[in-house]
Ligand binder design. Structure first.
Ligand code: B4P
Length: 190
């Protein structure tokens, strides 16, 4: 299997690039952000709790997120692999992902890490907030999300670095240019 962790700060283009990677490599897409927004839309108890946390720009608890991932892994074991979009976001989530994949004799192949300067992230997310009305794309929440990323999520990059799986990619440029950079790495590792 080809199992990709797609990593980067909020607004770095993870969701955007995930769509293109899936099209080319036919992988199962697991976006914890999308799964949580679906819970919010379905008005579940989990969704109600998650919305409050997401609107503040904080991270939903590891326990909830890991439970959602385990369900998805169990349902899709016959495919060519997974793309984890926005997960893991803490070192604990990374450890749990490793455990869960090991149960299926699988492992993470590579972590693609999109790097984008803070000013560009804020610009992209403010624009998306105006266009879509997404409730966590407000200037105050965006800044908190980037701070949370720097404090709680960035250590995940070092976790994969130690395993020689971390591949940083310049996330500034056109969507197609960035996709070409990612494809080059994926052709090397697949
Ligand atoms: P996510 O849904 O993962 O949201 P995100 O980090 O903002 O990334 P997204 O994929 O949406 O944006 P993208 O960069 O593609 O998380 C939302 C919240 O859910 C989190 O804050 C947290 O509360 C919770 N959550 C999710 N996963 C969790 C976990 N594992 N643990 C705990 N909590 C979790 O794109 C952004 C914008 O940039 C788009 O408008 C796009 O059109 C634009 N764009 C993309 N590429 C571009 C380019 N090359 N040039 C210009 N613009 C570009």
């Amino acid at each position: 299997m080809l199992n990709i962790v797609l990593f980067g700060p909020p607004g770095s283009g993870k969701g955007t690039q995930a769509c293109k990677i899936i099209e080319k490599y036919n992988l199962v897409h697991i976006s914890t952000g999308d799964l949580l927004r679906q819970e919010v839309q379905d008005l579940t108890e989990l969704g109600r709790r998650a919305k409050e946390i997401m609107d503040r720009g904080e991270l939903v608890s590891d326990e909830i997120v890991i439970g959602m991932i385990r369900n998805k892994l169990g349902e899709n074991q016959d495919g060519p692999g997974f793309i984890f979009d926005g997960f893991p976001r803490t070192v604990e989530q990374a450890r749990e992902l490793r455990k869960a994949l090991t149960e299926y004799d699988e492992r993470v192949t590579v972590m693609i890490s999109l790097t984008v300067p803070r000013e560009e992230l804020v610009k992209r997310l403010v624009k998306r907030g105006k266009e879509t009305g997404r409730s966590d794309d407000t200037p105050e929440t965006i800044n908190n999300r980037i701070d949370v990323y720097n404090h709680q999520t960035l250590p995940v990059a070092y976790y994969y670095e130690k395993m020689h799986k971390h591949r940083p990619i310049d996330g500034v440029g056109s969507v197609d240019e960035i996709f070409k950079r990612i494809s080059k790495v994926l052709e090397e590792v697949k």
